[in-house]
Every structure is written in C-alpha cells, then in structure tokens.
Write a protein of this length. Sequence first.
Length: 406
Amino acid sequence: MAALLLLMVLGLLAGCAPDRENRILVWHSMRPIESDILRQALAEFALRHPEYVFDELFYAPETARTNFIISALGGSGPALFWGANDNIGPLVELGVIKPLEEVYSKAFLDSFLTTPLPANTWMNGHLWQIADRIGNHLCLVYNKKLVPRPPQTMNELIDFGKRYMAAHKGQQNYYPLVWNYTEPFFAVPFIGGYGGWVMDEKFQPTLDQPAVVKAGKLIWELARVHKIIPLECDYEIANALFKDGYAAMIINGSWSWATYIENGIDIGIARIPKIDETGLWPTPAVSPLGYSINVNLRGKKLEIARELLAWLTSAPLQLRFAEVSGAIPSRVEAFQAPEVTANPLVSASLDQLLAGRIMPPVTEMRWIWDAMRPSYQGIFTGRVTPEQAARDMQALALKLIKENRE
C-alpha cells in the first residue's frame, strides 16, 4: 500500500500539463508496422471531427502502464490506453480508467468473441477494456528456408539443434533457436508443459512447485548442456539474430511477425514443442489486448473517445491488422471472415492459443512477474539453482502480495 500511495503522490506532483482540449491522444505498445495502421486509422477518423487533432504515442509495455498511471492520477494522460489486459488490475485499483458497460450498447458488446476466450475484460462487475484482438501469446516462429518442418517435441528440437550447430561449426552467432528466455513471461509456457502454473484459482503464487524447477532446468540445459540457444539472450538480441538469418527459429508473439515478413523472411508458426517427459504442450499465457478510456475524460471529449474506441475495434480495422501481423480479431464478424480463416499465420496462432492458459487481469499477476524475475534470472548467471530459485520466487511473491495488500 505504501508503494501505491507513493505512486499517487508522484502522479499529483508530476506536473503533467493537461492535453489541449481539441487533442485526442492514444498511447500504445504496437510495433512499427501496426503503428502505421493506427496512424492511418486515426487520420481517417479525424475526417469526422476536423475540429480535433488525433495522434498516437508509443511506449514499451511496462513504461506505458507506469506513465499512464502517473499522468492519469495527475488529471492528465491520453484519452485511450491500449495494451494487454494484465494491465487492468492495477489500472482499476488505482481508479484511472472508466467502466464501460454503460457507455456501449449490449448489441455492440455482444459482437465480440466469448470463445476461445472472452475478448472484453470485466472485473468486479464492470467492463474495463474492449479488445481489438485476442492472444498476446508466444508461438514457435520458424524460417521456412531453414526449417522445412518444425519440431513437434523437445527431443526433436534438441536433435535438430545439434545438427544445425554442427552444420555451422566454427561460425559465430548461428543458433537453431533464440528467444528472450531470461524474462519470466517467456519461460511460463514451459512451466505449463510440466503441468504447473504461476498462480492458483485464488490468485496466489504457485512458484515453489516441481514444474517450475523442471522448466528452469530445461531452459538452462538448452543453453549450457545442449548448447542450442545463446548463453545470454534478451529480446533485442533474439530478434536481431532471427531477422538477420542467423537463427532458424524464435519464440515470439504476433506483435513481431509483421517485422519478420517485412524483412523478407518466409515464416511459419507452430506450437512450442511438446515436453516429452509429460506429453504436454507448453502453455503460453494468453489474454486480450485492447483499449481503455481515461477516467479524466468528460463531455464532448469523452463522446469522441467513445466513438473512436468503437472505430479502432471495428471489424474492417481488425482485418487490416490481421493481414499484416496475424493478429486474431476480437469481433465475431472479423474472426469468421474468409481472409482470417484462410490466413495460415492466424490459424497456426489460434492453434497455439488453444493450448495456452488465460492470464487473469488481477494485480497479483504483476507482483508475481516482479517476484519471479531476480531469482529466475539468477539460474542463468549461476547465482542460484533452479530449486533455490523456485523457493525464492515463491517467498518474494507472497511477500509482495502481503505488503501491497496491507
């Protein structure tokens, strides 16, 4: 609670000047190609309201959420905030977004998917986010030129990896697989592959379980024993290696695919390989992504933001995003459109989504991510064993939840 109070004080003292009355701003974390579509959509919408200026601003996901909270608490910030629905818990608890169930008609809300996961995010009896897509999950992305058939199991992956490394012996920076494996979100699928998860149905952490230990050991062995992934790898390194043709495969989400296509890579999408020991598919965290409305909006500006959100989540616009990035639409009409059902990237992404686990939009999820990071990363620096890391992650998660709930 002390951290929340400090954040509120920072927001009040941030000195963020309110947006101009005729400016409607959207904050988001979309990649460049998708940002281009967003800018085009805003320009088209601006023709309806020539007296207003419409603009967008990119922030990395964590920065976007923090900056939005600070600015909204200070009475400022963008009209619309776009991101994954795991932001919703903190935004609701701090009171910086508006409930939307009374802003839109039932017919409009009924036009969004309820399966394979609910597109729109409800919490505490209120609607807080309207999705423009579902998923936000990790898949195996492979370069078809280098991988004619993606591996179906971890043993197949390891065998392929050793052959790939042998074929590039003496050549630096060539890897069969890369991904941002030191970030907990990118390790979670493997926990599910061993039958575990990061929290229970009461939103309490479950990080001191054998599945977490085994997942950590597997990833450590891929780097240190089998040597088929880099010893050190973050998101930008992995992305660069795959884009430049050094890596045959990468584990990444749909937000990245348009960039690979733009770089001339003929990509395929598949499930992350099955864990041989359990026979289970890895279970990436899945969630909707979409828009929320700043709590500070009033009057005409609120009405225009309401109209803009409806336009940005419309079926025609969702089809544009699906075409360039393989994003899975949230509107039933777009989800069922031939150009989506016949899109191999969307179909493969949906197949992986069906093996995933829905990530609840509760604030506890943020504290669990924060608790996992130090000890999980310590596995790869040799600071802790996977067993000790699991115990430490659980202890810190419980501590963070207790401190912030008191």
